[in-house]
Design a binder for this molecule. Structure first.
Ligand SMILES: [Zn+2]
Ligand SMILES: [Zn+2]
Length: 335
């Protein structure tokens, strides 16, 4: 149901991405996309990795007069499976892209519209093609740019009424013309794709975690969990793949610079879960889980190395683990 009258209508401007053929031009394009986001050295490294990531996607190759061309829409083709990209993860901003069965979803809008647009474009995706933005809770690192995503790109925003009202009183979201409300605990449907919403005890107003069901697979998006609440283990065990919060190392938190009230909040029942708690959930999940991407790592109270080391102490060496960066998009994950 449309919401918030009084804003100018926004038409959905579904332009095709400015795409092209050939790896050299692809690298040049990606370099341009990330030019304002990192140093020159890391730009080159990022572009190189992105090209590798893109070339691992099944590509359509057109043959014209004996020459091979990568077609302009080849990176949009994903077959029947589900794919996911973390565009950024952490207290500085969260945004995850999921695509399956022709449905394109964004989870959370804690990064700027420009960042999301560029990082999706680097993976051959057009933000204007996104069908829905689904918000987990009212903290700014998840919702601060929801208004921009809606107004600039015409993306419908799915949010609970309590989350929207709490966020509006805490930060300036601007006006919306297309907001749809859901109840935490319900299921959202987009064609053949469904999104289960799971209430969390995190200290947001009305938080939710998500499970995306598509093509017979289940992907969890489980961050800002509060604590290891009842039923969370069963959810993780039901998944094929998961983005899971692995927020802090208890020792770093205890010895770190945060004030005592913040330390208590993070490890308290409405805060975040630790590396070891996340690892134990993954270990208990069993063989159905094919990979995990550790998400929402604290900058002060964790590090990718420490998170990985803790998980490896609990999980087998062979289990595929990834880390969602606080500063850049991930590769393209296949579920
Ligand atoms: Zn958060
Ligand atoms: Zn939060």
């Amino acid at each position: 149901m449309p919401h918030r009258k009084g804003c100018p209508a926004v038409s959905r401007n579904r332009k095709k991405p400015p795409w092209f053929c050939g790896k050299k031009r692809l690298a040049q394009f990606i370099l341009k996309q990330v030019s304002q986001e990192s140093t020159k050295k890391s730009q080159q490294e990022y572009a190189r990795k992105s090209v590798q990531s893109l070339t691992s996607v099944p590509m359509l190759v057109k043959v014209v007069r004996g020459k091979k061309f990568f077609t302009s829409n080849l990176l949009i083709e994903t077959g029947d499976g589900m794919i996911a990209i973390s565009l950024q993860s952490g207290s500085n901003g969260n945004c995850i892209y999921v695509e399956a069965d022709g449905v394109r979803l964004l989870f959370d809008a804690g990064i700027s519209g420009i960042q999301a647009e560029k990082r999706l474009a680097a993976h051959g995706r057009d933000i204007r093609q996104v069908d829905a933005l689904i918000i987990s809770h009212d903290h700014a690192d998840h919702i601060r740019c929801a208004g921009v995503f809606q107004r600039k790109y015409g993306i419908p925003v799915y949010v609970t009424p309590k989350t929207l009202s709490a966020a509006e009183s805490a930060c300036s979201l601007g006006c919306f013309t297309n907001v749809l409300h859901f109840r935490s605990g319900g299921t959202l449907r987009f064609g053949d794709v469904s999104v289960e919403t799971i209430p969390t005890p995190h200290d947001g107003e009305d938080g939710a975690a998500f499970v995306v069901n598509a093509a017979g697979k289940r992907l969890g998006i489980l961050t800002d969990l509060g604590h290891v609440f009842e039923g969370l283990g069963r959810v993780v065990a039901s998944l094929d793949a998961v983005f899971i919060e692995s927020n802090y190392d208890p020792e770093m938190l205890t010895n770190g610079p945060y004030p005592p009230f913040l330390k208590r909040r993070i490890k308290g029942p409405g805060g975040h879960i630790s590396n070891r708690e996340a690892a134990e959930l993954l270990r208990a999940a069993g063989d159905g889980l094919k990979w995990a991407c550790l998400a929402h790592l604290s900058e002060q109270n964790n590090s990718p190395d420490i998170a990985l080391r803790t998980h490896r102490e609990v999980l087998s060496e062979a289990f595929p683990l990834h880390i969602a960066s606080r500063y850049a998009a991930s590769g393209l994950f296949s579920v």
